[in-house]
Design a protein around this ligand. Structure first.
Ligand code: NAP
Length: 506
């Protein structure tokens, strides 16, 4: 560190909401930037987000594990190519401890309300605490509101019933008659595990899915040792996977014909050669393009669905009854346990938290007609407030960790300007949001998501909530905030605690 005089930097107070993958990242990076007044609030009693919540049998990440890490904390210890959920949870807990952020997280304390006034956010928590912050960053995740199906009679079922994200480990499935509603990414992981122990498993499929057969191989002790001793090799492996997914899978879903043809052929051949019975194969054949719904990376679902104790039910569900499910063909499927693998409400984002921006604008009113953000990160009317992994940030099957790091860097650059005293409040302009919406929409026509299927990728208007272009374009466009897209304000009366730059960088 240099010893020359540097002008004092203001030190902001920052509230981070949520201690999942993005909240941990922010806590680490804010601290590294010398920002010490950081409150991280977490509603649960442990960090980990998705990986804390989802404990269903078979839970794993279908992004290669060596890529599913923070860039600054590669992990040579992964036991499998696709890591199991508990191993990923352990990774985040270890990172939290290593970087000294776990101890400072306010656990079991949810943020209930954030109200903005003249450059400051008043943040209220479930414990009645109030914190005044210069910045609020919503690290509340995307898929964290379980969607329970609105099926007639659901409340009458007498057996055990739970959503996959709220797995009830006290329910013993051994020998039981189990029903699973849904055949998405989660179900494809759960079904093979439940099939191993259930007496009879009935899988209620509304829409079939395309499956990409990438098996989950072990990482040998020898390989782990090589990766431990050779960090450059570990980084190369991470980059190799990032390259592979961005050049092949991401491009396959964002309008690149050759890549889409490749994955279409693989998925179709996978179904053809994995499922022998033509009638079952017909039921499992989607009528939409590969990638329209999220491509499921899996080699265990097709063998499981062909087991003697498993039945694929494709007649629509008419009602849930006291004893099971009645399908539209009039059949009663008797069940002891009903598992809802019915996905999430992805468009809630930080809600139901009360967020009240400039001039009393409530987030529910701001998003009444359409959820709109600028670069998925910020909203007009909500100065100094950011949203991690907001709309149009997921890129089909790419690692959300890589995206979060880019978003985190972008936010830190804006906060850096605040620290230098350029403004007290920064707010994206309405016209920038409109331009961004048009820009995103212009790319959507080429993607497979608008290829005639229903999925959580689409909002209420049928517009995809994903990023329609390449990963490289995302990284490039997010490298530096375009200040012309923001209005900035100074409030003379705002007290700005200042600390010498030297001490913040200690
Ligand atoms: P999902 O992909 O949204 O699938 C929900 C399933 O439930 C679909 O098969 C859907 O059928 C069905 N369903 C919903 N409501 C229904 C109803 N009323 N009646 C009958 N069927 C109904 O949810 P998910 O499987 O939990 O996956 C969500 C996302 O989580 C994934 O896309 C992925 O991004 C993430 N995830 C990732 C991994 C990983 O390994 N990285 C693992 C699990 C999940 P329709 O298709 O007909 O709507």
């Amino acid at each position: 560190m240099g010893t020359g005089y540097m002008p004092p930097m203001r030190s902001p107070s920052v509230v981070v909401i949520g201690a999942g993958m993005t909240g941990i990242l922010l806590a680490i990076k804010l601290r590294e930037a010398g920002i010490t007044q950081v409150h991280v609030f977490e509603k649960a009693d442990r960090l980990g987000g998705t990986w804390r919540e989802n404990t269903y049998p078979g839970v794993a990440c279908d992004i290669p594990a060596h890529m599913y890490t923070y860039s600054f904390e590669p992990n040579p210890e992964w036991s499998h190519r696709f890591a199991h959920g508990d191993e990923i949870q352990a990774y985040f807990e270890r990172v939290g401890r290593k970087y000294g952020v776990t101890g400072s997280i306010h656990f079991s304390e949810a943020v209930t309300r954030c109200v903005y006034d003249a450059g400051k956010w008043a943040v209220t928590t479930s414990r009645g605490r109030q914190v005044i912050a210069d910045f609020v960053i919503n690290s509340t995740g995307i898929l964290h509101h379980p969607a329970k199906p609105d099926i007639k009679g659901i409340e009458t079922f007498k057996g055990a019933m739970f959503h996959t994200a709220e797995w009830d480990h006290s329910v013993n499935l051994d020998g039981k008659r189990v029903g699973i509603i849904g055949t998405g990414s989660t179900a494809a992981q759960v079904i093979p595990e439940v099939a191993k122990v259930a007496g009879k498993l009935s899988v209620f499929q509304r829409t079939p899915q395309w499956l990409l057969p990438l098996g989950n191989t072990d990482v040998s002790e020898r390989e782990k040792d090589r990766l431990r001793r050779n960090p450059a090799k570990l980084q190369r492996l991470r980059k190799f996977y990032m390259w592979g997914i961005s050049q092949l899978l991401t491009k396959a879903v964002t309008g690149h014909k050759a890549q889409n043809a490749l994955f279409s052929a693989i998925c179709k051949l996978n179904l053809r050669f994995s499922v022998r019975d033509p009638e079952l194969r017909r039921k499992l054949t989607p009528d939409y393009k590969v990638g329209c719904k999220r491509i499921i990376v899996n080699t265990t679902f097709y063998p499981a669905i062909q087991r003697d104790n498993v039945e694929l039910v494709t007649d629509g569900i008419e009602a849930i009854t006291e004893n099971g499910i009645r399908t539209r063909d009039g059949r009663e499927h008797a069940l002891d346990v009903l598992i809802l693998s019915t996905g999430f409400n992805p468009v809630a984002y930080m809600r139901p938290m009360d967020v009240v921006g400039r001039d009393g604008l409530h987030i529910n009113d701001a998003w009444k007609d359409k959820i709109r953000t600028y670069r998925s990160l910020c909203m007009p009317g909500f100065p100094n407030n950011f949203l991690m992994l907001g709309p149009n940030s997921p890129i089909g099957n790419y690692s959300v960790i890589a995206m979060s790091e880019v978003q985190c860097g972008y936010i830190l650059k804006l906060i850096e300007r605040w620290r230098r005293g350029e403004f007290d409040a920064v707010e994206v302009t309405e016209s920038a949001v409109q331009r961004f919406a048009q820009y995103v929409k212009a790319g959507m026509g080429k993607t497979v998501w608008v290829g005639g299927c229903q999925s959580w990728y689409l909002d209420g208007d049928g517009d995809p909530i994903l990023w329609p272009y390449t990963w490289e374009r995302w990284e490039q466009e997010m490298a530096e905030p375009e200040m012309a897209d923001f209005t900035t304000t100074r409030f003379d009366a705002v007290p700005s605690p200042s600390v010498p730059m030297e001490s913040t960088m200690a």
